[in-house]
Design a protein around this ligand. Structure first.
Ligand SMILES: NC(=O)c1ccc[n+]([C@@H]2O[C@H](COP(=O)([O-])OP(=O)(O)OC[C@H]3O[C@@H](n4cnc5c(N)ncnc54)[C@H](O)[C@@H]3O)[C@@H](O)[C@H]2O)c1
Ligand SMILES: O=P(O)(O)OC[C@@H](O)[C@@H](O)[C@H](O)[C@H](O)CO
Length: 439
């Protein structure tokens, strides 16, 4: 266990004139996960005093306003199965409204800024409009180029397969549209670092705010709850330096792909099955759903399939699976299935489709991965009134309004044209419809 930043050091949740660490990291997507993960790892690095984070919100100013009023400080509630630990995290030096692009440009134009981290959700990598986080980042990188501030690392910490390549492709596409000189500069000066990120971080509730007040004796308007487990695996270069995250438990590897697949398939894939099957079966949280034998069997079957394609011995898949069951079963973490269910078309493409393709290529039916897609179809069909979030929501609703196999075919098109183009696979998915949704 790492040493905690004692709540006694920062009793009133303000820095009382003490300086924040100097900003050397810019973050886009000031949400709960950024604070429980990258901010926490940075605060636990031995050189934390040299690495402050300027963290920008994505859509609304609210989170920045609340955190700025606390000088960027917040309480991490580490929620184990047997109790809570409280810790004040001090690495966020500035909390800023994402619309403040002047501040973003200024920070990115500073040679002292070495790293940009991202937690903007999976679907945002497909959004290129001018006020999207990635378009703002491109603008800021243009300011850096003009200032001659040198190379920088962009580190995507979203649950996206090949997140370094996806971030690079999206940013280069935006840059090409702005100025082809910027795109060439980015190719030379921006290093895209791939990551696998892991720490279950549910949304904060009013009860959590009240708990901090009663247990710590101060009012924190923005605490974050997370499980004790935290994992960060990274691959890539940091041309302008980085904190000693490895001393806080992060792992640097040459090839991120096997680690990323393990995490996205086993943890997030299971989460998707639980989100759709669990809600259809009347459950609200991950812990409730994994305790339901029907959901658990579907997860285990998917894990058996995925494990056939996770062959690197370092992945220690049996131990990883056992740990996941324990983490999912933590009854004190209220991880809501509705949160995980969002953006299904994007997520299934990274969680179900690769395992399905690998199984088919290996001469098997892919039934366990096909079932994940089928239960998502059941979920969006049941929620056809529109009570779900998806970047393709209009198309999902239109497809879900069809009947029978036509509906399965149209929904499959939205997840993967390759899957939809294989009539045998569409039949298989269709035959699995309605098999997990009964209590
Ligand atoms: N919560 C977790 O347990 C967890 C764990 C591992 C990885 N992640 C990754 O981190 C991401 C963020 O998770 P979180 O729990 O912090 O969520 P969150 O909702 O607390 O924060 C998401 C951030 O992204 C921004 N954002 C979301 N949609 C946007 C849009 N359409 N346009 C602009 N900005 C947008 C939000 O404004 C916010 O700043 C997840 O999508 C996932 O990829 C989360
Ligand atoms: O929106 P998602 O599905 O990427 O995130 C919700 C959870 O599945 C996810 O955040 C997990 O808790 C996380 O990936 C654990 O590290």
């Amino acid at each position: 266990m790492h040493a905690t930043v004692s709540t006694e050091v920062l009793p009133l949740l303000g820095r009382s004139g003490a300086p924040a660490p100097p900003v050397r990291i810019v973050h886009l997507g000031l949400g709960a996960f950024h604070r429980s993960h990258q901010a926490w790892f940075t605060a636990h690095a031995p050189d934390a005093a040299e690495w402050g984070i300027a963290s920008f919100t994505g859509r609304r100013p609210d989170a920045a306003r609340v955190l700025a009023a606390q000088d960027g400080l917040f309480t991490l509630i580490e929620r184990g199965g047997d109790g809570d630990r409280f810790e004040v995290v001090g690495s966020i030096a500035e909390a800023i409204d994402g619309a403040d692009t002047a501040r973003l440009d200024a920070l990115l134009a500073a040679p002292s800024t070495a790293i940009v981290t991202l937690t903007v959700t999976e679907a945002v990598y497909e959004k290129h409009d001018a006020d999207s986080p990635l378009a703002r980042l491109c603008h800021g990188l243009s300011a850096r180029r003009q200032a001659g501030a040198g190379p920088i690392a962009v580190v995507s910490c979203d649950n996206v397969a090949g997140n370094a390549e996806v971030a690079q492709k999206a940013l280069l596409a935006i840059a090409e549209g702005l100025d082809s000189g910027l795109a060439s500069w980015m190719r030379e000066n921006v290093s895209f670092v791939g990551t696998s990120v892991d720490r279950i971080t549910p949304r904060t509730t009013p009860d959590d705010v009240a708990l901090v007040a009663s247990e710590c004796g101060y009012r924190d308007e923005a605490p974050v709850v997370a499980e004790p487990f935290a994992n960060w695996i990274l691959a890539g270069d940091f041309p302008a330096g980085r904190p000693r995250w490895e001393d806080a438990g992060a792992q640097f590897v040459a090839d991120i792909e096997p680690f990323e697949n393990r995490k996205l398939w086993l943890l997030n894939g299971a989460h998707s099955i639980l989100a759709y099957a669990g809600q259809l079966r009347g459950h609200t949280t991950v812990a409730e759903a994994i305790a339901d034998p029907v959901c658990r069997d579907a997860v285990e079957a998917f894990w058996d399939a995925a494990a056939r394609h996770l062959t690197l011995p370092e992945l220690a898949v049996p131990q990883y699976r056992a740990a996941l069951i324990e983490r999912f079963s933590n009854p004190r973490i209220a991880h809501h299935l509705a949160q995980i269910a969002a953006d299904g078309t994007t997520k299934l493409r990274m969680r179900a489709v690769p395992v399905l393709s690998a199984e088919i290529a290996g001469g098997r039916t892919g039934v366990a991965a096909a079932r994940m897609i089928a239960v998502w179809m059941d979920f969006v069909s049941a929620a056809a009134s529109g009570d779900f979030q998806d970047p393709l929501k209009d198309q999902v609703l239109e497809a879900a309004s069809l009947e029978g196999r036509e509906r399965t075919q149209a929904l499959a098109e939205l997840v993967s044209p390759a899957v939809a183009g294989d009539p045998v696979l569409v039949d298989r998915i269709h035959s699995l419809r309605g098999t997990l949704d009964r209590q």
